[in-house]
Ligand binder design. Sequence first.
Ligand code: MG
Length: 387
Amino acid sequence: MRGFRFALIRAARSRSRAELQTAQRRRPSDLAQRFAHSAAAPARPSFGIAFDVDGVILRGRSPIGGAPRAIRRLYSEDGTLKIPFLFLTNGGGVPEHRRALELSQLLGVNISPTQVVHGHSPYRELVDRFEDDLIVAVGKGEPAVVMSEYGFRNVLSIDEYASYFKDIDPLAPFKTWKVGQTDSYMSAKVHPSYDVYSERVKGVFVVSDPVDWGRDLQVLFDILSTGGLPGSGKGDQPPLYFAADDLEYQAAFPSERLGMGAFRIALESIFNQINDHPLKYTSYGKPNPFVFKNAANILEKLVMSMYPNSQTSKEVKDCQFSTIYMVGDNPRVDINGASKAGHPWSSVLTRTGVFRGKDNDPQFPADTVVDTVEDAINYILEKECIC
Ligand SMILES: [Mg+2]
């Protein structure tokens, strides 16, 4: 049984690596091929678009608001990209190349991994800081795989890390479900001999929404209060990162669900009640202006890949976006973020998710309010004189 399990792990690992390699191999040439314009193509678009996903493009796993038809308008008839766009979501939990594949299937177009920016995508910039340190990755999906693919070498998912400490979760005997087996066993295979009983956790990364809040609050409280070694005395808090800070988000259920920001408040509140110093943490994701700056840079690179000819590339490079549209459903996150980011960002608020108001949001008003993502794309293309 154990052998069979490891065979499954090996298969999943090699599949994951193969997908990544294929995506990486494909990147420059494939992008150029898929996004290439002919010599007679018009000048580069002076605008780009960033779409939120949950509550705009999808609800759960179902496309909404005419998304497939509307997104197809951003491509030429031969399937090459016509208008530079990306998905800028606070969600995640799987590697970007896998999400690109899923979105391609759901929307019926070719989405490149470059066009997917998750809340946790900026974590890859922190690899050098942690080098060989032991870190713990938290959240739904495959948080340890995401971090390993970014280049972190010693990553354990919280499922696996908790499993090494007997009785760390006193309520475990009452839980009849099992969580995260694939990810935890995959991590075990990658790091089979890590000694969690003497090595301290040097960093905690909340990659996606935590699954077992009760256990995760307990285990993270232990790690953060003891200097990274549950069961030992008090110690300095290791760095803590959240991929996003959404209090609520729109999923398949009719009303909003509690997000990573709600989990952060719970953890912070408990930590600050018990310890005599406040919890320290860094949150990424929208509405952080850094995320919008990063998205603008990615859109610029995307435009360059649409024009592989070197002379054209120079002309393209010398030209900047006059407008980047943020299409989102959450005023606090999407609209607030775009407005804090300033020029060239312009916000378009849809009524298919968190926001359902008749007029504009009173606290974080958008530049434009529409019903659906299809209305948003119609509005943008009309404004930019592209029919
Ligand atoms: Mg949303």
